[in-house]
Write a protein that binds this ligand. Structure first.
Ligand SMILES: NC(=O)c1ccc[n+]([C@@H]2O[C@H](COP(=O)([O-])OP(=O)(O)OC[C@H]3O[C@@H](n4cnc5c(N)ncnc54)[C@H](OP(=O)(O)O)[C@@H]3O)[C@@H](O)[C@H]2O)c1
Length: 281
């Protein structure tokens, strides 16, 4: 292992980003941990004395120019960036019909355009060095979707498409691009999730009943969520792999959903999902 490889991670105030930054710093990586609120600049205060992870302000919805300047200032300090982990993201959950176009844009601004802008800021540097790794935090919802997850999934499917194309293009420079697909893990993701304003919590339409039932099921599933340290260990393993794969499923539910979506005949899957949805509504 190279002890001073430089890693940038977005979305480090909590969850996967926070834990991954800590783990990598503990293993000798030089970690730049993006947070978007000033109060979170102290989030690693117990390790602050060693200044690693080093926090910096970054909201991925900022302009490309502003993000470029931030990345350049890191490059000026550290000759080169070795790894970018595009982790910042959140879930906007609800039936597709209950979203306004503004809400759909908000989901894409962070999960897709944000990831795109940070990647674009990092690319010239790593292309010059002809080595590097970009890890995009997608989701099992980036490989499989169903009722209620449509908009969040659409953003993660977009992440998958960008990853696939970029992986092929950047191979010309010896750069690896991968996406990780976690199932459900116990992070603040579930407290931070958003719901469309128009969601009719009180009305009795089939779509609102379905939304309420799925929301309840997600709550019931809470106890079965995975330990996020599993995610962080996998990410460290990917960084230390010579030739990483394109996708990494993390968690039993991610593996389960992937395999049924891949190997169940589409017509049966479609029939089954419609039956479940009908029953829930
Ligand atoms: N936990 C799961 O079960 C799960 C499953 C599949 C995929 N994921 C993906 O994993 C990633 C990390 O989520 P998590 O589970 O660790 O949840 P989390 O604890 O809520 O962490 C999300 C992080 O992203 C940050 N963030 C949100 N919007 C941002 C923006 N515009 N600019 C910069 N940072 C922003 C949050 O900052 P603030 O504190 O300022 O909001 C927070 O630091 C996300 O991309 C999520 O979609 C999570």
């Amino acid at each position: 292992m190279n002890g001073r490889r430089v890693v940038i991670i977005t979305g480090c105030s909590s969850g996967f980003g926070y834990l991954t930054a800590k783990l990598l710093a503990d293993h000798g990586y030089r970690v730049y941990a993006g947070v978007r609120k000033t109060k979170d600049l102290n989030v690693f205060k117990e390790t602050e004395s060693r200044d690693n992870p080093k926090t910096f302000l970054l909201d991925v919805t900022w302009t490309q120019k502003r993000i470029n300047r931030i990345v350049q200032s890191i490059e000026n300090k550290e000759e080169q960036i070795d790894v970018l982990i595009n982790n910042a993201g959140f879930g906007f959950l609800g039936t597709v019909g209950s979203f306004s176009d503004k809400e759909i844009r908000e989901q894409f601004e962070t999960n897709v355009f944000g990831l795109f802008k940070v990647t674009k800021a990092v690319l010239p540097g790593i292309e010059r060095w002809r080595k590097g790794l970009i890890i995009n935090v997608s989701s099992s919802a980036g490989l499989f979707t169903s009722a209620y997850y449509g908009v969040y999934s659409a953003s993660k499917f977009a992440v998958e498409a960008l990853t696939t194309a970029l992986r092929a293009e950047e191979s010309l420079y010896g750069i690896h691009v991968v996406s990780v697909n976690p199932g459900s893990f116990e992070t603040k993701f579930w407290d931070n999730e958003k719901f469309p304003k128009a969601v009719g919590d009180l009305d009795d339409s089939p779509a609102s009943r379905l939304a309420r039932r799925i929301k309840d099921l997600i709550k019931q599933h809470a106890k079965r969520r995975g330990n996020p340290l599993v995610f962080t260990k996998k990410v460290k393993e990917i960084i230390e792999t010579r030739n990483p794969r394109k996708n990494y499923l993390i968690g039993w539910d991610a593996v389960f959903l992937y395999w049924i979506s891949r190997f169940f005949p589409q017509a049966i899957l479609d029939w089954l999902v419609k039956r479940v949805v009908k029953r829930l509504a």
